[in-house]
Design a protein around this ligand. Structure first.
Ligand code: 6CS
Ligand code: FE
Length: 316
């Protein structure tokens, strides 16, 4: 096998080309949304599974108890006040205020969130929806702090994970657990229903070490205005995901979403776990850039989760 053949053999087919001189347009999704085995038993109501498949996301209220949510908030604050953690490359600060914007890799670097990532209420549901064993592709706490929390512009997570991390197909989903109340006014997740069925090809190239800027403010790998408008025409509206602490927002890897800045006195803090099917493990990035660091994209430490029945105790 010549070198050239080997390279072709290694280079997985790019089903979702984007950036690198491509023209902004919508192309149809080439993958199922729901991979659940028909015989397998859904851990949530079948009507909710249908809603997830059709609109691309779901908000489940009260998945965790108020006591458990208070546990998560306690952890949130102790992480926020940990100077060592603030200095870590895994912590992203807001460009203006210097407040903590996100802390990545919490499924590895925090005991409580490591436990939460395997909680059967999350990992068990992810296994069902993705029809496979799952591993954590990425985890993060997004603080969206009070008064000066900055926005996350419209994007499809999958477009970034495909181009910059080499995620081959659309067989991954995010679970965002609300740690503080997500109100309509403090920068909650906004999603366009049905947008997961179209892939928004983005223009522009991927700058070197793009993650050093994109996690603060994403300017590449975002859809054109025309693509956004087309998706909105198809979806008909923008849905705002609100919920009390302990709710879970589940969204397909390709749903078009974003969130506004937060100028209220109420932080909008959520923890995100990205579950990827083991059969969809990341390959080489489809951009020409080197792979992103392990704390943003699990590559070296891919390990199937074993869903656990977990209780979180809050020390009064
Ligand atoms: O680059 C990423 O992987 C991250 N960027 C955004 C805006 N959402 C997904 C993910 O956290
Ligand atoms: Fe995102």
């Amino acid at each position: 096998m010549s070198v050239n053949d080997k390279q072709n053999w290694n280079q997985a087919k790019d089903f979702y080309p984007s950036r690198g001189g491509k023209t902004a347009q919508l192309i149809h999704r080439q993958d199922p949304v729901l991979y659940a085995e028909t015989a397998s038993h859904s851990p949530i109501d079948n009507e909710l599974v249908k809603q997830y498949e059709q609109q691309g996301f779901l908000v489940l209220e009260g998945v965790f108890t108020e006591k458990e949510a208070r546990c998560f908030q306690q952890e949130l604050e102790s992480m926020r006040n940990d100077d060592l953690r603030k200095a870590s490359e895994e912590t992203i600060t807001e460009s203006g205020s210097g407040d903590i914007r996100s802390i990545f890799n919490v499924h590895q670097n925090n005991t409580l969130f490591k436990k939460l990532a395997s909680d059967v209420r999350l990992a068990g549901l992810a296994q069902y929806l993705l029809g496979d064993e799952v591993y954590i592709h990425q985890s993060r706490v997004n603080y969206k702090p009070e008064f000066r929390g900055k926005e996350f512009y419209w994007h499809s997570d999958f477009e970034t994970w495909h181009v910059e991390d080499g995620m081959p197909r659309m067989r991954a989903l995010s679970m965002s657990i609300t740690l503080t109340e997500n109100y309509p006014h403090n920068g909650p997740l906004m999603m366009i229903p049905h947008s997961h069925q179209d892939y928004a090809v983005c223009e522009g190239d991927t700058p070197a070490e793009h993650y050093k800027s994109s996690l603060k403010k994403q300017e590449y790998g975002i859809p054109s205005d025309a693509s956004l408008q087309q998706m909105l025409e198809k979806g008909g509206k923008i849905v705002v995901a609100t919920g009390k602490p302990g709710s879970v927002i589940i969204f397909d890897c390709n749903v078009m979403h974003g969130s506004n800045s937060n100028i209220t006195p109420y932080p909008r803090s959520n923890v995100f776990f990205v579950y990827n099917a083991l059969s969809n493990r990341v390959a080489e990035p489809f951009s020409t850039n080197p792979p992103r660091p392990e704390y943003i994209c699990t590559r070296q430490r891919i390990q199937a989760l074993v869903p656990q029945t977990v209780q979180f105790t809050f020390d009064e």
